[in-house]
Ligand binder design. Structure first.
Ligand SMILES: Cc1ncc(COP(=O)(O)O)c(C=O)c1O
Ligand SMILES: N[C@@H](CCOP(=O)(O)O)C(=O)O
Length: 442
């Protein structure tokens, strides 16, 4: 419920449960909701099992596929479709649940909450759909003005419920995320306005995303013990960090393949140990146009052997010198756990095109980044699951460039251009955003 810890750091569980082969085998055939209950219960020990079950069932009843996150086989790869929720991106898997968890806990405590979030396109609409119309919740979402896809922007700004406030910020996603962190670090403001977080700084977001790594693993392996790869298109390091948690819990993942677009700070880190900030580049996979990968801090905690003081020093160094350094031995650990490729826009468009030509399947540009990275990195025949993080209809322009035709539009997007919108255009300035929250908070 608190989002960031009071010292400005990200929260983690005290310990990560370890699963043995027998437990894993007994989960092999569970439906998604049942599996979610088993995994989330290991962490959410303060919510009675019957309540958690009903929250999970309600959250996934809004998905249009009965399997919630089905896996399909295409061109020798397994595609984990994470876009069957209300806003057609993987964020729905966590945010449908988070909206209901917030409502449940606020009701229990007799409290209200003002959510403040940042989005490069997908978190925003998924969070808005997760909490729209909820009595005790107000939501403020900042997106970088003109830098999301047109569909992403409309999915947010056409929601007119009185508890929803969209802010187009003159700046980048990093500016928006920075303002969120500044507001959460202003403890007096955080307390006065009861701020809540929907970004992956909220541990519950990561936890809900852990589930589909298990679900996909069980779909593509015959027995527990076989090792596989996951290829994850990455921006804020949240989704792939969920995979890392699954691996630490004992899921047999040989390596996580981290795929970036031209905003490749994480690829440079994994391949050369170079974590140095650059300028944000606008690409055809806009949701990954991020330099400061928020969850990287969580990974560093484990890489540094649980030494929080070193994590704090690393981020002080980032603020001072624009870079974080690790030792050779630590880099070797990183490279044993991850492999990485940066895929540029031309390659992304070419991947959508060639994949479509070979299979008839249309990839969205973010998924295409992950597919291309997998094609380059997997040379040993190990089964590989590529996370399909969004539906291609959210990024029609890029798809048309690649295959010369629009992807089919799901019902959720029909007529969205004709709907009225509401949004405020503001500077990337903390005081301006605070002022708006003061005016609209309930
Ligand atoms: C469609 C899509 N793919 C990939 C990503 C990257 O995920 P993460 O920021 O968790 O690394 C995002 C943004 O979060 C996204 O919206
Ligand atoms: N790509 C994200 C950026 C925010 O990431 P989050 O996972 O921390 O919420 C988006 O689409 O908004």
């Amino acid at each position: 419920m608190m989002g960031l810890a009071d010292d400005g750091g990200l929260l983690l569980p005290e310990s990560i449960p370890q699963l043995d082969r027998t437990t894993l085998s007994s989960w092999q055939d569970l439906p998604y909701q049942e599996l979610a209950l088993r995994i989330i219960s290991l962490f959410a020990t303060d919510i009675p099992a019957a309540d958690l079950k009903s929250l999970i069932d309600r959250s996934y009843s809004t998905f249009t596929h009965r399997e919630i996150t089905p896996v399909v086989r295409q061109d020798g790869l397994y595609i984990l479709e994470l876009f069957h929720g209300p806003t057609l991106a993987f964020k729905d898997v966590a945010l449908q649940l988070l909206g209901n968890l917030f409502e449940y806990l606020l009701e229990e405590r007799g409290e209200r909450m003002n959510i403040v979030g940042a989005t490069s396109g997908d978190t925003g609409s998924a969070a808005i759909y997760g909490v729209r119309g909820k009595e005790k919740i107000n939501i403020f979402i900042m997106h970088p003005h003109g830098k999301t896809s047109p569909v992403q922007e409309r999915q947010m700004t056409t929601v007119l419920d009185p508890n929803v406030h969209n802010i187009a910020v003159r700046g980048t996603f990093d500016d928006c995320q920075n303002i969120v962190k500044i507001l959460f670090n202003d403890l007096a403001f955080k307390e006065e306005y009861a701020l809540g977080a929907v970004n992956s700084i909220n541990w519950a977001r990561v936890l809900a995303q852990v589930v589909y790594y298990f679900y996909a693993y069980f779909r593509v392996t015959a027995s527990c013990g076989e090792e596989i790869y996951f290829s994850v298109p990455t921006g804020n390091f949240g989704d792939i960090f969920a995979g890392y948690v699954a691996k630490r819990m004992g899921l047999p993942i040989r390596r996580l393949l981290l795929a970036t677009n031209e905003n490749n700070i994480l690829t440079r880190f994994i391949n050369q140990g170079d974590y140095s900030l650059g300028e944000v580049v606008q690409t055809v996979s806009p949701s990954m146009d991020i330099q400061v990968a928020s969850n990287f801090e969580r990974y560093l905690y484990y890489l540094f052997g649980g030494d929080s003081a070193r994590v704090r020093d690393a981020f002080a160094s980032l603020a001072r010198n624009g870079r974080i350094d690790v030792s050779r031995a630590e880099l070797a650990t990183v490279q044993a756990e991850f492999a990485s490729r940066s895929v540029n826009q031309e390659e992304t468009i070419a991947t959508i095109s060639s994949f479509h030509a070979q299979t008839g399947y249309i990839l969205d540009p973010h998924t295409a980044v992950g597919v291309q990275a997998a094609r380059e990195l997997v040379t040993d025949g190990t089964p590989t699951v590529c996370l399909a993080t969004a539906h291609p209809a959210k990024f029609a322009e890029a798809v048309v460039r690649a295959i010369g035709q629009e992807p089919p539009r799901p019902a959720a997007l029909q007529g969205i251009e004709a709907l009225p919108t509401r949004c405020e255009l503001l500077d990337a300035d903390r005081e301006t955003i605070k002022e708006l929250i003061r005016k609209k908070a309930r």
